[in-house]
Design a protein around this ligand. Structure first.
Ligand code: GLN
Length: 488
């Protein structure tokens, strides 16, 4: 292992086993990565003290590959006693009184949780620009965004500041930043990872996902956090599974991959991205996959349906932040009504307020049928089309994003265009099926490109297998952002 900061979980775990390094040293090494190299990126909101991180390891009751390997947590996932701000002024000082189930499981195997990752406010965005605190940069080009909303989680992993991070994916928020940063991002089947302790944005779509530099690392972390939890009523009755057992260089014989043709015809598709994805298909074909072409017409409405459903649920979920039980309190308020108005006006940023307004409008009497109900009808149609497609093919293949990472402020005057970032991603959330974004190479400007594999419900094993088979034949996962590659 010549470069500790870009080592895999497996390599780090081996170094711990061989006593080449201790857990305390690993924690201090990776904490130092943030103090020395996060200045231009600003991926972390906070790195905890070494003492408090080690204190949390005291209750670990099991061991796994992840024992002793540090990670960073998106700031909408509750860690007991720590702030969980959702990068919002509204929750700037809110301390979680309990651990999310995913966090509890990570602590149980002694995975050190280093701190809190920056994000779009309440996970609403595609660039991490809506964080109330600061913007995070892309390690491949710091004049560009890392994607979002899990932009902090993606940037720190890509820059080798930490081996893994948790994010959340409601309409692409793990996969899109993973694609922008040349890393692997997973969005599990809805209900596979408990939402207990994940601060809700759009509950019927929200899932915690994992960001790592390799497919193997991703499977390691997913194996720890997935599985039934009685504290989440939407949790599936699925036993804990070791997903690393599916990682084989060979594809299952006769694997059928369905290229979603209408995705490639989408407006604004960058020619370089199309080329990279064609190269990916050639690798799969050489490995024995049968490539089919099919179209999923209902998917074309994915961004619009996602727009309505997510705003409606956000309006309802965020109603709880009234400054009384939770959140920012304006000290000048004189009446109860002032308390609500001032707290919500000052506590929420512009994007969050816009979404609450649209959501309440879409749910209001006289409009709910036209907006919310129509969206739910098309959502059901999307699910039907996806299930139909999975009778013909094993996995679906499409882009993760139409282009490489964009510049800061690129969509300031065209918010609707920013929403098109969700076009390829939202359909997996709306249909509930699992998806991975995997590095596919670079554009001619040197910006990372990702591709997306989508499978039927609970096909995580097959997805990891197919992703691993591709990764093992390509060099992308070994490439480091030039500005960060020579650090120790
Ligand atoms: N970009 C999407 C949005 O702005 C996705 C967000 C997410 O998955 N949390 O809502």
């Amino acid at each position: 292992m010549n470069n500790l900061s870009f080592a895999t979980i497996h390599e780090l775990s081996q170094a711990l086993k061989d006593k080449k390094i201790s857990v305390s040293e690993l924690i201090s090494f990776f904490s130092q990565q943030f103090s020395e190299h996060d200045g231009a990126l600003k991926s972390a909101l906070e790195i905890f003290s070494q003492e408090s991180i080690e204190h949390e390891l005291k209750n670990a009751s099991a061991t796994s590959l992840l024992s002793g390997i540090p990670g960073l947590i998106k700031d909408n996932i509750c860690q007991k006693g720590r702030i969980a701000s959702c990068s919002s002024k509204m929750l700037e000082n809110y301390r979680a009184s309990y651990d999310a189930t995913a966090i509890e499981r990570l602590k149980a195997v002694g995975a050190p949780l280093l701190g809190r990752a920056n994000m779009d406010e309440f996970a609403m965005g595609s660039s991490t620009e809506t964080s109330a605190f600061f913007k995070t940069a892309n390690p491949w080009d710091i004049s560009r965004v890392p994607g979002g909303s899990s932009g902090g989680s993606a940037a720190c992993v890509a820059a080798g500041l930490v081996p893994w991070a948790l994010g959340s994916d409601t309409g692409g928020s793990v996969r899109q930043p993973a694609s922008f940063c040349n890393i692997v991002g997973s969005k599990p089947t809805y209900g596979l990872v408990s939402r207990y302790g994940l601060i809700a944005y759009a509950s019927s779509l929200d899932q915690i996902g994992v960001l790592t530099r390799t497919v193997h690392d991703n499977a390691v972390v997913m194996s720890e956090i997935a599985g039934h939890d009685e504290r989440d009523s939407t949790s599936l009755r699925v036993k804990k599974t070791d997903y690393t057992q599916f990682l084989q260089r060979k594809l299952p014989a006769g694997l059928k991959i369905g290229v979603v043709t209408n995705a490639f015809e989408a407006e604004g598709m960058d020619a370089d991205v199309v080329k990279r994805l064609q190269d990916v298909l050639a690798v799969y074909e050489k490995s024995g996959a049968v490539i089919k072409r099919l179209s999923l017409p209902a998917m074309d409405y994915g961004a619009a349906v996602y727009f309505m459903v997510s705003r409606a649920e956000a309006a309802s979920n965020l109603a709880r932040f009234d400054g009384i039980r939770y959140g920012y309190r304006d000290t000048d308020a004189k009446t109860l009504s002032d308390v609500y108005v001032n707290d919500r006006s000052h506590g929420f940023g512009a994007e969050v307020k816009r979404r609450i307004l649209i959501g309440n409008y879409a749910l209001s009497s006289g409009h709910a049928d036209a907006y919310y109900q129509s969206a739910k009808t098309v959502q059901a149609l999307m699910r039907q089309q996806f299930l139909q497609a999975f009778k013909e093919v094993d996995l679906l293949f499409m882009p993760t994003t139409p282009s490489g990472a964009f510049k800061f402020g690129a969509f300031d005057n065209d918010r609707l265009k920013m929403d098109l970032q969700d076009y390829f991603n939202a359909s997996a959330n709306l249909t509930g099926v699992p998806a991975l974004s995997i590095p596919a190479g670079f554009t001619s400007d040197g910006l990372p490109v990702g591709f997306q594999l989508i499978g039927p419900d609970l096909s995580e094993g097959l997805l990891f297998n197919a992703a691993y088979a591709y990764e093992q034949q390509t060099p992308w996962h070994t490439m480091m952002p030039p500005a960060y590659s020579s650090k120790k």
